[in-house]
Design a binder for this molecule. Sequence first.
Ligand code: NAD
Length: 332
Amino acid sequence: MSEQVRVLVTGAGGFIGHHLTKYLADRGYWVRGVDIKEPNYEPTAAHEFRPLNLRYETDCLRATKGIDEVYALAANMGGIGFIENNKAVICHDNSLINMNTIEAARLNGVKRFLFTSSACVYPGYLQNEPNPAPLKEDDVYPADPEDGYGWEKLFMERVCRHYLEDYGLPTRVVRFHNIFGPLGAFEGGREKSPAAICRKVALAREGEAIEVWGDGEQSRSYCYISDCIEGLHRIMRSGWSSPINLGQDRSVTINELVDIVAGIAGKRIMKLYDPSKPQGVRGRNSNNTCLRQVLGWEPSTTLEAGLAKTYEWIAGRLNISRASAIGSAATP
Ligand code: NAD
């Protein structure tokens, strides 16, 4: 790069933001990372990491000062259990983060702004079957997104369009479909299904049952983190400003996901169904036609390969916690 591009990653202490920060720094960008917390499992690769609260305008102005391109990932979010039980706080926090970040980016003359939306913006009425048609970008209206989290994302998608049309701020909107991989939350309530299943399988003994939310026949597609990061960078570099899916277009049920992880672990695992737990929509998959047309590229890591790396990492973390628990119990 002739002149070093200065990039801001918001949510750089989180799962995707941390991986993205490393990727961009490796490719010669100057990266400022911002978050209310540092990354959980390893130090940030950001050239500068600032602990800022992006719900506040003043912190957003500090974060975007002197920045060419913003990857806006900061959000208060988690898996289906978290988003179904925290709608007010999700709407409150994320609306403030999003509006203050994009306005500060405009005021500070940022040249490109990428917002990370979600497949949760798609209407519930298209996702009532276990194997529905893969969702394409313009299926989003008439709107009936996920309550709370999905509405907040959909509103911000429109805000991005208005900032482009009214102020000429080049915006990008990426709709993620279930991103997973090492260094993501795997316990504590904010983890998503692949990480939760890897944890449960790693902790189970041969032949034991693990808890599965619902009847396990709900289906999703899952995208490995390295594909997600590469896609994000490619979309930022493209001239595409309409919302675009970023995910895999192979859909599997939760039951199949459990079987794949059990196979990776080399364990026979039974399933204990809990219909009282949140399950989200019945079936969801990504239509990647637009992604292929715009980028000439799409995610290629297989679910099995991605889960093998994720399982290894989560099982390793659980061993570290067990070892330190035994160590502290042994300490007089
Ligand atoms: P994450 O929770 O790991 O990261 C989000 C980060 O934002 C966290 O580190 C959090 O501390 C930070 N944050 C929260 N409030 C903040 C504030 N007030 N100021 C500054 N930072 C704050 O989540 P992730 O999986 O890395 O997701 C990144 C983005 O992608 C989010 O916008 C999320 O909604 C979106 N997304 C993720 C997925 C997925 O499968 N992981 C799917 C769809 C959309």
